[in-house]
Design a protein around this ligand. Structure first.
Ligand SMILES: CC1(C)CN(C2CCCC2)C(=O)N1c1ccccc1/C=C/C(=O)NO
Ligand SMILES: [Zn+2]
Length: 403
């Protein structure tokens, strides 16, 4: 069958380097990307996809993304691992039991007037509704991230992927920004059972406030968030001056950017900041939230990125050759989000892909170009050279003082 998982897409050819004996091809050839065969874990199962398809604001995004990754033949280059939903106990390694009990109660209640005072206290209500199925999909997404992190901790892989994770706004005792369970914090806590210094990187359009809040007072986890920062834009936090507290002073890094940010500026800032982070923090493991709502064409209509800069950011982190956990996040133009995370999956597996979207179940979503790549819109990048220069200068000054 054309899409047999063992048949790489017609134009896809693994990018080979010569192997130790100088010849290319053959089973012992080392693939580019420094990852031997099957050292990438990809969390997925039919149950997992159907549960994550129910995440309210991104309907069927999990299945659409998976189908494109499968259509390009990338599953055969990874170890596909089925996750379990996170248990109440696992979830409460970060979240308060009062909040999670309230979330469970409200999700089981079909009374439209169920949002009592307690609900409001936990951020549950009209902005973060606790509808039927919300607890289940959030606990499955969190289980996916925990399963991915466990495979890194056990040494079974060097890169682990959960495209249904990345819910960075959820707080210890409240939902926020349509995030209910902070799978990222749970994943970082799991990595911390083995690694002394864990780095969190967030390239979603929005500030990764929930993860920053969780680790702002510790020097063991550094959080670095690149995001749009402007008056009235959600969540409103993540300014340059937001650098951590107590023992964590200096271990919170925020990179505030303006409207219209394009690939060139985004990657230039990313590379400059991460060069310093690598030297000053020298992480033993990295978690990257790859939210795709900064892409051109997203209904957020804020940044003007293409998948090229987001994929280059991930390639940059891959080159550090430390355990890497890749997660999803925002991304409301669902075909573009699928394009982005498929592109990143191809980078991680060292696979060149044809830009022609392969025929598959959701092919029609990719019209009218049916092209894997997206083009930037023609909105101006309002990040002036002096803004970029000032942000980088301020951050390197903040990090200079790090012991
Ligand atoms: C409801 C959604 C999540 C979707 N959406 C747009 C896109 C498509 C339809 C409107 C928003 O602005 N949202 C939000 C509403 C309130 C607070 C936060 C967000 C988004 C957070 C986020 O993406 N973090 O990474
Ligand atoms: Zn976002």
């Amino acid at each position: 069958e054309e899409n047999d998982q063992n048949v790489l897409h017609k134009d896809a050819s693994p990018v080979y380097q010569t192997d130790v004996n100088g010849d290319t091809g053959g089973s012992n050839t080392i693939r580019k990307g420094l990852l031997p065969e099957k050292k990438v874990v990809y969390v997925c199962s039919a149950d997992f996809l159907s549960e994550c398809d129910r995440i309210a604001k991104v309907p069927f995004r999990a299945s659409i993304t998976h189908a494109l990754i499968e259509a390009y033949g990338l599953l055969s280059r990874m170890s596909v691992v089925p996750p379990k939903p996170a248990t109440f106990e696992e979830i409460c390694h970060f979240h308060s039991t009062d909040y999670i009990e309230c979330l469970q109660r409200l999700c089981q209640d079909d009374d439209p007037d169920k949002y009592d005072e307690e609900a409001e206290e936990f951020g549950l209500g009209y902005d973060c509704p606790a509808d039927e199925g919300v607890y289940d999909s959030a606990s499955w997404a969190a289980g996916g991230t925990l399963t991915a992190a466990e495979h890194l901790v056990s040494g079974q892989c060097s890169v682990a992927i959960n495209w249904a994770g990345g819910w960075h706004h959820a707080k210890r005792d409240s939902a926020a920004g349509f995030c209910y369970i902070n799978d990222i914090v749970l994943g970082i806590l799991k990595l911390r059972t083995k690694y002394d210094r864990v780095l969190y990187v967030d390239i979603d359009l929005h500030h990764g406030d929930g993860v920053e809040d969780a680790f702002c007072a510790t020097s063991k986890v550094m959080t670095v968030s690149f995001h749009k920062y402007s008056p009235g834009f959600f969540p409103g936090t993540g300014n340059l001056s937001d650098t951590g507290i107590g023992k964590g002073a200096g271990y919170t890094v925020n990179v505030p950017l303006n409207e219209g940010c394009q690939d060139e500026n985004f990657y230039r800032v990313f590379e400059k900041v991460m060069d310093i982070v690598k030297i000053k923090f020298d992480p033993e493991a990295v978690v990257c939230q790859c939210g795709a709502d900064g892409l051109a064409g997203d209904p957020m209509d804020s940044f003007n990125l293409t998948t090229l800069s987001l994929a280059k950011c991930v390639q940059y982190l891959l080159n550090w050759s430390v355990p890497l956990l890749l997660l999803g996040g925002g991304g409301y133009h669902i075909p573009n989000t699928a394009r982005c995370w498929t592109h990143i999956t191809s980078v991680v597996t060292g696979t060149k892909l044809s830009s022609d979207i392969p025929e598959h179940r959701y092919f029609t979503l990719y019209g009218p170009d049916y092209d894997l790549m997206i083009s930037p819109g023609n909105r101006a990048d309002t990040n002036t050279p002096s803004h970029i220069k000032n942000v980088i200068a301020q951050i390197s000054e903040n990090l200079e003082n790090l012991q």
